[in-house]
Design a protein around this ligand. Structure first.
Ligand SMILES: Nc1ncnc2c1ncn2[C@@H]1O[C@H](COP(=O)(O)OP(=O)(O)O)[C@@H](O)[C@H]1O
Ligand SMILES: [Mg+2]
Length: 287
């Protein structure tokens, strides 16, 4: 096959993917009617397990498939906001104003590699400010209503806690993806997350469920890494994604450039891992 034929074959494959995913997974009917965005939260109360990294890179992988994606930064540390090249110390309005002051979410949207609703440092005060408000757990869900028909997927990054900001994300979400670092100690927090989800299901959002557990920072060279994945699969069976994200320095390098790994190193194994995950999520029946 000559170079032009190869390029044209790759182009055709991309177009077929886009049509396939829009038709089958988003339920677009033949008259072009559209469903509301699916909302996925990325949660694990442990920090440093790749919640933010997964939110961005899965978002970009969805976007490559022709899907319209919004990412929402609900972590006061603002790592997602920063990783997309914005400064959470300066940005206003942010999700704080949206959640607490009722500012419309469109005003906190910025168009970077992905559309992003930004965090700012004062989001840390949102938990206290929200705590006295009626409907405090539903503030995010309510805010997202305005944009749910503009996107196919809304991905919410959460802070490393099970406080009110995370509860807001779980209340707004159709499903939750739980990134878990492939280390024994990282596996222990999952029961606590399941209990919080149970409470959210009973009181706020009966539909929310775990779409999948994602093993991250996997190092196949160590016995410990291999054992941790084995323990995960034995304990949670089918709930664990087949896709596994390996440990590589690419993930630390990309945010420095304000880019996803898919843009920073498009041909890397790291980028491929998130593209594989995107297909697995879209082909799965749990969302
Ligand atoms: N697969 C990976 N391999 C190596 N480093 C990773 C990987 N995924 C994420 N990281 C790095 O680990 C750190 C924590 O990841 P992050 O996504 O911020 O976690 P969280 O949002 O759960 O706190 C970041 O510096 C990130 O670049
Ligand atoms: Mg984070």
């Amino acid at each position: 096959m000559c170079r032009e034929q190869r390029i044209s074959a790759v182009f055709c494959e991309q177009v077929i993917h886009c049509i396939f995913y829009r038709r089958i997974h988003l339920g677009c009917d033949s008259s072009g009617g559209r469903r509301l965005a699916k909302v996925l939260a990325f949660a694990n109360q442990k920090g440093g397990v790749a919640k933010t990294t997964t939110t961005i890179n899965l978002g970009v992988a969805f976007q490559e498939l022709g899907l319209r994606v919004l990412v929402v930064d609900m972590d006061p540390q603002g790592n997602l906001t920063m990783s997309l090249g914005l400064n959470p110390d300066k940005i206003r309005p942010s999700m704080f104003e949206v959640l607490v002051n009722g500012v419309r979410i469109q005003q906190a949207l910025y168009h970077q590699e992905l559309d992003v609703a930004c965090s700012s440092i004062d989001l840390a005060a949102a938990e206290i400010a929200l705590s006295s408000l009626i409907g405090r757990e539903r503030a995010l869900s309510k805010a997202l209503l305005e944009v749910r028909d503009l996107y196919d997927y809304i991905l919410i990054d959460t802070p490393p806690s099970l406080g009110l900001l995370t509860v807001n994300a779980l209340t707004a979400a159709d499903a939750v993806i739980v990134p878990v670092q492939c280390e024994y100690l990282s596996l222990r927090g999952l029961a606590q997350l399941e209990r919080t989800l149970e409470l959210v299901r009973e009181n706020l959002n009966p539909e929310v469920h775990i779409a999948g557990i994602l093993p991250t920072m996997y190092d196949s060279r160590t016995v410990h890494g291999r054992e941790a994945v084995e323990v995960l699969r034995t304990s949670f069976g089918d709930l664990v994604f087949q896709s596994t994200i390996r440990k590589t320095i690419r993930f630390a390098e990309a945010p420095v450039k304000g880019e996803s790994v898919l843009k920073y190193a498009p041909d890397s194994a790291a980028a491929k891992a998130y593209r594989d995950l995107a297909r697995e999520v879209l082909n799965g029946k749990k969302i």
